[in-house]
Design a protein around this ligand. Sequence first.
Ligand code: SF4
Length: 424
Amino acid sequence: MNVAESQGLAGILEDAGWTKVQNKQDTDLLIFYTCCIRESAEDTVYGNIGAAKAIKKKNPNMIIALGGCMAQKKGTAEKIQRSYGHVDILFGTAHPYRLLDYIDEWQQKKTLYLATNGKRDMDITMPTLHDSKVFAKVNIMNGCDKFCTYCIVPFVRGREVSRNFDSIVEECKQLIQDGYKELTLIGQNVNSYKYNDKNFAQLLDTVSKLPGKFRVKFISPHPQDMSDEVVKLVANNQNVAKVVHLPLQSGSNRILKKMNRTYSRERFMDLVNNIRHNCPECSITTDIMVGFPTENENDFLDTLDIVNRAKFNSIFSFVYSIRSGTPAAKMEGQIDAATKKERIVQLIKLQSTIGQAHASNAVGKVYNALCVQYDNDKALCRTICDKLIILSKDSASIGEFVDIEVTANKNSNLIGKLYKRKII
Ligand code: SF4
């Protein structure tokens, strides 16, 4: 979300005639567009803002802006006023597209300009400056109504607001015409998208049927809102990437309830089985948090059990850390650091074995893959089911779809060679 919105801010500035510089020291405008989902991210931002004071001292006309979730958080404005007097503009998540107005306002008054109120108007879009000619993120909704007890997002991004259906489809159509090959529909809860009578499945279906050679994926869906219709689109529509990121968080029903995750381990496994049944090649990835308050050995074993049974293609694993301002921060039964570390090590070890098995299974198979970037003498190519395969650089151009035979699995890195026109 923050990357996409930062690309929007860059687009607004470029349209207004601003240009990028290589060094912070040379800039007239320094924007920190922030995430505050973890307290450590916020601490890093404060460190960077503090360091910017010395730059501003040498270049007093430089404007410093702090935007995004952190700017919107309760208490940030007071803290900035109290301790970071060199910050000029504070703007939240509601109207990032008004950046030029904020700059004008500051230039007239030369005192801290605050824009941290209001509700997001998703019908206003930003002229995005994408950082790739192959991938593009398309924002379809903002905010979250779920209120998981560990998460600050609903408090800083507000309630769900979905973007105009036709405007999303138009943007996707233009991106495909401009040559983008992979579109990602993004939002805090993409599958709770609702605009008038249109839901997420209708949006995904419409985008995937636009003319052109491309794929579309989405992130992140919530298990509660994962419909059969969406699973069927993933399975049956050739332009929809065969990849579903389904955040589990915990395999214990007791902990899921404490997290307010609104699904059970049984419902989650039904979803996984449904996806695998309809689309056996689909890559299923997840987020797992260990050490949530009161998590005991049995709860953790329940998590390992689901990991074992779901055979995720990959997992993003986290150690729970206290996020002030959330209900979980005040819960009793916080878990000590050593136990959390022990659990995450076990989890990573288990997933590594599963990942190895997935990689070994791919050897000898042929995939159609999109060349996404070069890395020294290698071309990195991604299949529609999200496998990354390494080719020699002279085998494919960036943005080209090629057929690849996987020839080896080196420590879960798939190595391949060009295959002559035969696709599995
Ligand atoms: S679904 Fe839960 S974790 Fe995801 S953004 Fe909403 S509150 Fe946060």
